[in-house]
Design a protein around this ligand. Structure first.
Ligand code: GLN
Length: 508
């Protein structure tokens, strides 16, 4: 591959965003279409076409999500040490296309096989594209957070389109007259494969603009792999394929998922401590700060990810389909799935620009405070979910308006934490550990998903034959509890922020 620009030329760009950001934006947008398209189909397909019990389907859905994010840790690790970000991304994309094609061919017969390809593929793709965004910026460039905010919009455009289109095609609500009923799910899974191919093509055609960014540690600046080192790559490829039967077994048996989660977290922490001892004290301090952000983010996702679990049941059981005093009729589950992405798309660029504007006036809050604000918004949002009970009729049917406002506030919290989290991982990690730390950031999401399931299960009504009103009271009581946890975490972060900033040193 011909290299047109040096890293310095890439990082010295005019304007708000480097042009390469747009290419990564589109690759990631289509990848998230595929990912959220798949995610949106899983539980429905398991219950209605594989005839699983709802409880079982929920557990298996949780296991898949936890695995997807857990593998980003492994994907990040191999990218740092062997493949580099570009090859990891390419390999991950190929695996995702293969997985979606397998599902398109026969989703019932090869369900777990296709899923496992997707899990491992996402692991190689997701953390590494985020790390490459970070590499577009010089240390200390205040435009970095805004860049991640924009990138985050791309994520959510993909999530919104894929999340809606795939399941709607599968169920026949979209293209129902064009696709014969027996083939609807094949087409829906096939769409994910097509879109993932677009993602990969976008990447392949634009990667030469990345100069040396994302080359493997074994590649020379001209992109040639050192003699004798190709074998390391082949071992990673073969190892990834060999892991697939293992992943299939673990996703199909959720007790193995529990075991996996108990092992991978402590292992990753030990590994990080080992890496810290191999770096200078200043670098180790930054890694300690990164770890703190990672640990807090587990709490954030555990509450936030009620969206896929308890909030979707809440939407199904306790919400009216009327909005704005009856001017709009919308499916509450549709709102539950789409409101967050839509708000991210609308507000991420504005918030990104707000940070740039504030930074120009030396008023921009530092990252620790932004994280703290993220938790405070999350807390307020969950108080708003709690408040739904005050807008309910005697049948336990609450207001979709209040629910949507709560999602708006959740999104503000997410925007103070999630894109900033991506950005700060790239600021606090030394070059050799960029992939690993991004992987750990997503590993926190894996634990978040895992704990979210436990949290969700803990607030289910204990009444025998619960009425909608019983369910409303028990879920909203739980949301009040989660709101308090979020507020405590937010206040704690803001209080310890001077200490964390010391660990971060010059990083803002
Ligand atoms: N919604 C974001 C994405 O898909 C963040 C997910 C996460 O880190 N849990 O990238």
């Amino acid at each position: 591959m011909q290299q047109t620009q040096t890293i310095d030329q890439i990082q010295t760009f005019d304007g708000k965003y480097p042009k390469q950001l747009w290419y990564l934006f589109f690759s990631e947008m289509w990848e998230r279409f595929c990912f959220y398209g798949m995610r949106g189909m899983l539980t429905f397909f398991m219950v209605n076409h594989l005839f699983m019990e709802e409880k079982q389907a929920n557990l298996q859905y949780g296991a898949t999500q936890a695995f997807v994010y857990a593998f980003t840790f492994i994907g990040g690790l191999f990218a740092d040490k062997i493949l580099g970000f570009r090859k990891s991304l390419f390999w991950g994309g190929l695996l995702m296309i293969t997985g979606s094609l397998i599902l398109a061919y026969d989703p019932k017969e090869f369900f777990f096989l296709g899923l496992s390809f997707n899990i491992i593929g996402t692991g190689f793709f997701k953390p590494n594209i985020s790390t490459m965004v970070g590499a577009l910026y010089k240390e200390g460039d205040s435009r970095r957070d805004a860049g991640f905010s924009l990138f985050y919009s791309g994520i959510n455009i993909g999530a919104l389109l894929g999340g809606y289109a795939c399941v709607a095609i599968g169920k026949g609500a979209l293209l129902g007259s064009m696709v014969p009923e027996a083939l609807r799910w094949n087409v829906a899974f096939g769409l994910a494969a097509v879109v993932m191919t677009i993602s990969l093509i976008t990447f392949v055609y634009t990667r030469s603009t990345l100069g040396p960014i994302g080359l493997s540690p074994f590649q020379t600046a001209e992109g040639k792999t050192e003699d004798g080192k190709q074998w390391y790559e082949y071992v990673v490829y073969i190892g990834a394929l060999a892991a697939i039967p293992l992943i299939m077994m673990m996703v199909a048996n959720t007790e193995y998922t529990d075991m996996f989660m108990y092992i991978i977290g402590p292992f990753s922490l030990l590994y990080l401590v080992y890496e810290m001892t191999r770096h200078s004290a200043a670098e180790a301090k930054k890694l300690a700060a990164a770890l703190l952000f990672i640990l807090f983010s587990v709490v954030f996702w555990a509450i936030f990810e009620q969206a896929g679990g308890s909030l979707s049941l809440f939407a199904a059981n306790n919400l009216s389909d009327k909005m704005l005093g009856g001017a709009l009729t919308l499916d509450p589950n549709g709102v539950n799935n789409a409101a967050n992405s839509l708000f991210v798309i609308l507000f991420a660029p504005l918030i990104g620009l707000l940070w740039v504007w504030m930074s120009g006036r030396k008023m921009e809050p530092n990252t620790v405070v932004k994280f703290g604000l993220g938790f405070l918004f999350l807390g307020i949002a969950f108080y708003a979910f709690y408040a739904c009970r005050f807008f309910a009729n005697e049948d336990g049917v609450a207001s979709l308006d209040v629910f949507t406002i709560a999602y708006f506030i959740v999104t503000l919290g997410e925007l103070c934490l999630s894109p900033i989290g991506l950005s700060i991982m790239t600021k606090l990690s030394p070059a050799r550990l960029q992939g690993l730390m991004m992987g750990m950031w997503f590993l926190a999401s894996a634990y978040g998903q895992y704990v979210a399931g436990l949290f969700g299960a803990s607030i289910v009504s204990v009444a025998t034959n619960p009425t909608p009103m019983d369910k409303l009271l028990s879920y909203t009581e739980g949301y009040k509890q989660f709101a308090l946890y979020a507020i405590i975490a937010g206040v704690l972060l803001i209080v310890i922020s001077p200490l964390v900033r010391k660990l971060m040193q010059e990083v803002k």
